[in-house]
Structures are given as C-alpha cells and as structure tokens.
Design a protein around this ligand. Structure first.
Ligand code: HEC
Length: 265
C-alpha cells in the first residue's frame, strides 16, 4: 500500500516535470505578434536587434528629437533607459531630456517620458490625441511601425496636413521625417478594381540617402521595441536557466525512481 502510494507520487512528479520540459519550447516559440495589425500594404521586416545598445541609443536620440514633441511614452523612465542602454544618467539629462515638469523645471531623470503636449492641444491640432507609444511595438508590431515610417506621401486631397500613408490610410500624423526622407509618391498599376499599389517613386531628395533613412527608422523601431518590452533579454536569460534546471531535475527524478524501484520489480 505504502509502496503503491510512493509509486504514484513519484511517477506523477516525473510525468509533471517531463510535461513541463516538453511544453517549454512550445511556449517559448509562440508568436509574440499575434495581435499585430496590418493596413493593407505589404509590411517590410527590418533587422531589429534590441541587444545592440548602439542602435537603441541612436533610436532613443531620434525618438526624443522627432517623436516626443507629440507622443508620450509614459511607462518608460529616463533613469531606466539610462541603465538599460548603458548611458550615464547625467548624459541622459544633458542630451535626451527636453521636456519640463509642471513647475516648468527640466524633467527629472527619474520621471516617466511624458511629452509636453496637452491632450486638448493634440485633439485641436490633429483631431486625435497622439497615442502613447510605449507599447505600440506590441500592439502594431515592429514591421508595421517600420513600414509606416517609410510610407508617408503627399496627398493634396486630404487638406489639413496634406499627407497620407499607405500602411495607415487617413492617419492624422504629419510626415515628421520628411526632411530626412524627402518626398515620394505612390505608384499604382491596373485600372478600376484591379488598381493596386506597387511601390514608391522618389520625387524630392531628403537629407539622408535611402539606406541612411532606413537605418534611422530601424533604430527608432528598435527603440520602440525595447520600450515595449524592456526586460526581454533578462527574461530570456532566466528562461534558459529555468529550462536547464528542469532538465536536470528530470534526470534526477528519473534516476531516483530507478533507485527506489530497483528491488521491487
Ligand atoms: C506633430 C505631431 C507628431 C509627431 C512629431 C509624431 N507623431 Fe506619430 N502620430 C501623431 C498623431 C496625431 C497620430 C494619430 C494618427 C491617427 O490615429 O490617425 C500618430 C500616430 C502614430 C503611430 C500609430 C500608433 C497607433 O497604434 O495607431 C505611430 C507608430 C507613430 N505615430 C509613430 C511616431 C514616431 C516613431 C514618431 C517620431 C519619428 C512620431 N510618431 C512623431 C502625431 C505625431
């Protein structure tokens, strides 16, 4: 009776750890961008490397310069950014903090990355409040953001900002990087129902070449990807330890079971 109970307990423990080890890789390989939303146009996949600190630093710089005038990223703290990107806090204060707090003082390094645009102003100027971008890399996906940033074109029919976007048609955002990219126009093929977008033609040159512009928006996308999941690399590292631990545990459980049962059967 006692033996039978021990047997059940042991074999349950063993099959549990085997199940966990077997299910681990399945869970790890689950796609993270199942909710990524597309906008009709084909999306490009940039080579994002969030372990490349240089790329993240360039992305952070571009982000505070070109995006934070309108967009908030208020889950992210400057001090955390300094630590994760390998920057000195004073460097961050000197080079990346351009906003002020309620008292009109320069924003402190421990605060969140708020923009200084009020919601009312945003609504008046653009019709919508520019969204918080801290988690956009998760909701839209990296490919969407990257392709969105290279798909603005002039569209006189839109009045107002006079700009449209093939990835997000009707977007209320101006082409903030037009000086860098220059202007392009969409090329369509086919007539009527068959009319479809095939690509862009450069109309005026920007200050950056196409490769340089792509590199710039890759860095911005990488930075947004980091913001959406700042502990990704730590999590992966811990995950590896957990898997290793479970493997070792499985081996120990197996030999323990053999040891217990060697005289019985
Ligand atoms: C002049 C203000 C302004 C600036 C500067 C600006 N944006 Fe926007 N952005 C907007 C507005 C307004 C929207 C909302 C568009 C809509 O929903 O129609 C938007 C939307 C977006 C979206 C889509 C978010 C979503 O999930 O719908 C992304 C991504 C984005 N911006 C990225 C950027 C990046 C990256 C930069 C810097 C390179 C930037 N924006 C700079 C005004 C701005």
């Amino acid at each position: 009776m006692m033996k039978a109970m021990i047997k059940t307990v042991k074999s349950t423990a063993l099959s549990l750890s085997v199940a966990v080890v077997a299910a681990g890789p399945v869970m790890l390989s689950m796609p993270t961008d199942v909710f990524a939303a597309g906008g009709g146009a084909a999306l490009e996949s940039p080579r994002i490397d969030t372990s490349n600190k240089r790329s993240l630093q360039r992305g952070a710089k571009a982000y505070v310069n070109y995006c934070m005038g309108c967009h908030t990223a208020d889950y992210q703290r400057y001090s955390r950014l300094a630590k994760d990107l390998g920057l000195d806090e004073q460097d961050v204060v000197d080079n990346l903090v351009f906003t002020t707090d309620k008292a009109g003082e320069q924003t402190k390094v421990g605060s969140l990355m708020f923009s200084n645009m009020s919601e009312d102003y945003g609504r008046q100027a653009f019709g919508v409040v520019p969204p918080n971008l801290a988690l956009t890399a998760r909701s839209r996906g990296e490919d969407w953001i990257y392709t969105y940033l290279k798909s603005f074109y002039r569209d006189e029919s839109r009045g107002g900002i006079g700009v449209n976007n093939t990835v997000y048609p009707g977007a209320a955002m101006p082409h903030v990087l037009w000086e860098q990219q220059g202007w392009q126009e969409p090329v369509y093929e086919g007539e009527g129902d068959k009319k479809h977008f095939v690509g862009f033609k450069q109309v005026t040159e920007g200050t950056l070449s196409t490769q340089e512009y792509d590199a710039l928006i890759t860095d911005i996308t990488a930075f947004m990807s980091y913001m959406a999941d700042p502990i990704k690399h730590t999590r992966h590292r811990i995950g590896m330890f957990v898997m290793l631990f479970l493997l070792v545990l499985t081996a120990i459980s197996y030999f323990l079971k053999k040891e217990y049962w060697k005289d019985v059967v």
